[in-house]
Design a binder for this molecule. Structure first.
Ligand code: AQP
Length: 345
């Protein structure tokens, strides 16, 4: 992690330094996976003590793929409950739904006018999602990264903790912010990506060349945070590996390397330590151990999630309170942007 902006946010010498800001989001397109937990949410929780954090269920991003209305609402509430269950205290972090803060869509439109078609056409996620949704390559899918830039820049975020797949979008956000600032002066804080050293790209258990995704077609490739211990262990037992039966992290062993990464994240051990632990074990015993570690780790979060989902009224109230606080912060940036552009304010 680079911390170049630490000095930017310090007030004049002698004054207490301002806390830096974090923004990150997650789509309400399904039940979160072990991938989004290890690549993003677990770091959100770790960073939330040191920073002022906004974590958002990005439901506007979710509709770039066609969603069933009832499911979208359920997934949204479920996602909010997961964020809280996984350790994000709503008293210490601003948690909300993107669609409840109109400034996201408003700034997104403005930033569309400062983003080039060529830049958006180069985005890997756009190419991947277009290939998977040939019958619905909509304009929102194309401008998805602009909305993401608006999410981040609205809150003058210094740091954006994301999985590896989002690096390219953060780079684009920085390019757009830099372009805007060059024209109008220092309107936006330049954000940086925080991508964890281990767990930034958890791969599909059946196709280890692909990222684990919640909208995965093959359910066996993906560990959902709601999966029961039996299902988790079964999925790990079926995980695709290779034929040489050596538990070693290597480029030509994507399946085993992925399982080692997951085991290391779950146990807090170094990869080398995990390799040594299973040096004399076969793949069967190793896969069983990874499955058990994941199931054990997730159990307390699953219990907390079930308790939170039993009170939808309380969840909606948490989101409404979060949206109010987020909107106040967002409006300040939006006013600055409108003034800079020359709108009558
Ligand atoms: N497999 C993964 N490994 C590491 N990090 C991951 N993230 C997602 N999958 C992995 C990170 O989780 C955060 C939230 O992601 P998202 O749900 O908003 O979008 P996504 O990356 O498109 O996730 P999915 O599961 O693949 O969703 P669908 O299937 O709906 O497209 C991000 O920081 C992401 O990097």
């Amino acid at each position: 992690m680079t911390q170049n902006s630490e000095t930017n946010t310090k007030k004049a010498s002698g004054a207490t330094p301002e806390r830096q800001k974090i923004f990150s989001g997650i789509k309400s397109t399904g039940i979160p996976t072990l991938g989004s937990f290890l690549g993003a949410i677990s770091n959100w929780e770790k960073l939330s003590a040191e920073y002022d954090c906004l974590y958002c269920v990005v439901d506007l991003h979710a509709i770039t793929i066609r969603q069933n209305p009832k499911e979208l609402r359920d997934y949204g509430r479920n996602m909010l409950a997961w964020l809280i269950a996984l350790g994000l205290d709503p008293e210490k972090n601003i948690l909300y739904y993107q669609s409840q803060v109109p400034a996201h869509a408003e700034l997104s439109w403005i930033l569309n006018c400062y983003t080039y078609m060529g830049e958006l056409g180069r985005m890997t996620q756009f190419k991947d999602k277009s290939a998977k949704n040939e019958d619905n390559i909509n304009a929102g899918l194309f401008t998805y990264p602009v909305l993401m830039a608006a999410d981040i820049l609205l809150y003058q975020a210094n740091l954006v903790p994301v999985g590896d797949d989002q690096r390219q979008h953060i780079e684009l956000c920085r390019d757009v912010a830099g372009r805007f600032n060059k024209i109008y002066g220092d309107v936006f804080t330049m954000p940086e990506a925080y991508v964890p050293p281990v767990g930034a790209r958890i791969m599909d258990l059946q196709t280890p060349s692909d990222k684990m995704s919640k909208s995965d077609e093959n359910a066996n490739g993906c560990i959902l945070l709601s999966d029961s211990p039996d299902v988790i262990i079964k999925k790990f037992k079926r995980a695709v590996t290779d034929s040489d039966n050596t538990v070693k992290f290597a480029e030509d062993k994507p399946g085993i390397s992925n399982l080692l990464t997951i085991y290391a994240c779950m146990t807090g051990k170094k990869i080398a330590h995990c390799e040594a632990e299973f040096a004399d074990a076969g793949y069967g015993a190793f896969k069983q151990a990874v499955g058990e570690a994941v199931a054990q780790n997730l159990a307390p979060y699953q219990e907390k999630h079930a308790r939170l989902m039993a009170d939808i009224g309380e969840l909606d109230a948490i989101a409404a309170k979060g949206a109010k606080k987020a909107a106040e912060a967002a409006e300040k940036t939006l006013a600055k942007v409108k003034e800079a552009i020359g709108f009558v304010v």
